[in-house]
Design a protein around this ligand. Structure first.
Ligand SMILES: [Zn+2]
Length: 608
């Protein structure tokens, strides 16, 4: 079998299950004619008519999508998986290794199933409701769930579909009737984690150790004298002028910095790095004159990121976030905050936070996870903000905290998001669990969020373009960091500057960050934010550099281990090919990194 074959649901042969609990219609499998123990991938439609355990398919990854019927509850008896498959056309991914039991939520259900042999194939399952380009894949299935479609200009009616195998196919798909839905499965060769993410990644434990004596460097704090740093077991043992180096360290393994300027490793303290899809199309539409309503009607806005994040499985989210992380790391980032907030349900927020943790492990970078369940109201809670905040506080946060996935809790407090009272409800839930809080505050208006956050001892208040004098005073008293996000200010073409002079006068520490997110700040360079913090917000060079090191570390509660080059800190520092620290703020678009020492290892650059 190769090339494209058409099928219709009505004409697929029906095979009853041995246990009598249902029937299966096979759509396609690979290699052709492979049985249940030898398939590489398999796509089928099943009718589940009775409760009972699913067959275990060890070594397979599975995705199930409810097509019609009341749905089923899928669960493991140890409670790790408990999913109500009751929303039609929303794929759910799980491992075939799991002993899944199933009960009916009503009558019989029809479900669309994809199985791929782990290590050989992986599947991307999406439900489309508008014109889309589907990237080329060597194998795949398209099925018109509802309405009529044109698939590369061929008509396809409801209940009809096509499949292809062993022949790369890309598609332009277009609904041909109102309210149409298309299920799209791309099946791709599984690639090892290292290969999916570009060229720079290698296993962390292959990075050479940075232990020893670093000389031929100039510390940014004293750039006119030759400096020296002693690294021992991945931590900074000593740092200062080389002329003051204690004799006991003189014989350690040498690393020569070639005259480079050295700063602490950078800390990106506010990102939404893990999400599905991206929104370049929406950006282009708006430039071409589309209104926000038109963009929203075409499925754009934050809901499109929520949908794409929910549809992507963990591996797909990892593969999409990894190259973005690599870009940030290439700028000397050694610690990064990653927020959830595009899943907006327990299952999908968990998935985002898992991916954030995995990125930290894979790249040997410090990742702080922040639960931002209160980022936006999910579409299924429209008009029921209070119910959603109850879910965030009573179910999502306690469960995710219990799983060790939450380092801090954040809320988007704004007229277009959540109220002050809702914000306080989330803060109370966080405090009850002993978790620190932070806040998206006063970005578009002065809601009084910063003062509230300060009362809860917030690590940081972020955005703060409309921060009031009272808010500044409250932050000063509580030691809360002001996180400036020039990338969002720039993208939104905002003109209301954050009150930098007043923050400076009050002595509130200021940090700067990318706010990397697909809607308002698709920024992939923290150094560019240093430039923008100076150019747009008039920070001085030392303020901007402190803003991406020592103060950014404080905004994450990492001030005892990150953001400075001092005895006892983790060895995180960057050697730059510049004469002057001012050059780090002055150039933009430059890539001045010479060497990055991250978590005690030489992660980028020569083994100097
Ligand atoms: Zn943000």
């Amino acid at each position: 079998m190769s090339g494209v074959l058409r099928f219709s649901r009505a004409s697929l042969p029906v095979t009853p299950w041995k246990n009598g609990g249902g029937t299966t219609q096979e759509v396609a499998s690979w290699p052709q004619g492979a049985g249940l123990d030898s398939f590489g991938w398999r796509v089928s439609i099943a009718t589940i008519a009775a409760a009972g355990p699913f067959s275990v398919f060890a070594g397979a990854d599975r995705s199930i999508t409810l097509l019609e019927g009341d749905g089923v509850r899928l669960f493991t008896h140890d409670g790790r998986i408990d999913h109500r498959l009751d929303t039609a056309q929303r794929p759910f991914a799980f491992s075939g290794d799991e002993a899944i039991d199933c009960t009916l939520l009503g009558g019989a259900s029809n479900d669309f199933n994809v199985m791929t042999r782990r290590g050989q194939w992986r599947a991307e399952v999406r439900v489309l409701d508008g014109a889309s380009a589907i990237d080329a894949a060597p194998h795949g299935v398209l099925l018109a769930l509802r309405g009529a479609w044109r698939l590369n200009d061929e008509a396809c009616g409801e209940g009809e579909g096509l499949q292809w195998a062993d022949a790369a196919q890309a598609w332009q798909v277009m609904p041909d009737s109102a309210d149409a839905r298309l299920l799209a499965v791309r099946i791709l060769p599984a690639s090892p984690a290292n290969a999916t993410t570009g060229t720079t990644m290698k296993p962390v434990n292959e990075f050479p150790s940075a232990d020893g004596l670093w000389t031929g460097i100039r510390l940014a704090s004293d750039a006119n004298a030759e400096g020296a740093i002693v690294v021992e077991q991945g931590a900074i043992r000593w740092a200062g002028a080389r002329s003051a180096l204690p004799a006991e360290f003189a014989g350690l393994a040498p690393h020569d910095g070639g005259g480079a300027l050295v700063t602490p490793g950078l800390v990106d303290c506010h990102t939404h790095l893990v999400y599905g899809g991206q929104r370049a199309n929406e950006f282009a539409m708006r430039l071409a004159g589309a209104t926000y309503e038109e963009v929203a009607k075409a499925g754009g806005g934050i809901v499109s990121s929520v949908r794409a994040t929910r549809e992507a499985d963990e591996d797909a989210l990892f593969a999409q976030a990894a190259p973005r992380l690599e870009q940030l790391l290439a700028d000397g980032v050694c610690a990064i905050e990653i927020k959830s907030g595009y899943g907006l349900s327990l299952e999908h927020e968990r998935k985002q936070l898992h991916v954030a943790r995995r990125l930290g492990e894979a790249y040997g970078v410090t990742v702080r996870t922040t639960f931002l369940g209160a980022h936006a109201l999910p579409p299924e809670y429209a008009g029921r903000s209070g119910d959603y905040i109850d879910l965030v506080c009573n179910e999502m946060l306690p469960a995710l905290a219990a799983e060790g996935l939450v380092d801090a809790v954040d809320v988007f407090c704004e007229r277009i998001a959540f109220s002050l009272a809702e914000t306080e409800q989330v803060f109370k839930a966080a405090k009850a669990l002993g978790l620190p809080v932070k806040l998206h505050a006063e970005q578009l208006s002065d809601m009084g969020g910063a003062a509230l956050a300060a009362r809860y001892g917030a690590l940081s208040c972020d955005h703060i373009e409309h921060l009031s004098a009272e808010g500044i005073e409250a932050m000063r008293r509580s030691g809360t960091v002001a996180v400036l996000l020039p990338g969002a200010y720039y993208t939104l073409r905002d003109t209301h500057l954050p009150p930098v002079d007043a923050l400076r006068a009050a002595g509130v520490p200021m940090a700067a960050s990318t706010d990397h997110n697909p809607g308002t700040s698709p920024a992939l360079s923290l150094l560019l934010m240093v430039n923008m913090a100076c150019t747009l917000f008039r920070l001085t060079v030392p303020e901007a550099l402190d803003g991406v090191t020592v103060h950014a570390a404080r905004a994450l509660g990492l001030q005892d281990s990150h953001g400075a080059i001092a005895p006892g800190m983790r060895a995180n520092f960057v050697l730059w090919n510049v004469r002057d620290a001012a050059e780090l703020a002055y150039w933009f678009g430059q890539q001045p990194v010479r060497t990055v020492v991250r978590q005690g290892r030489i992660a980028i650059g020569a083994n100097a």
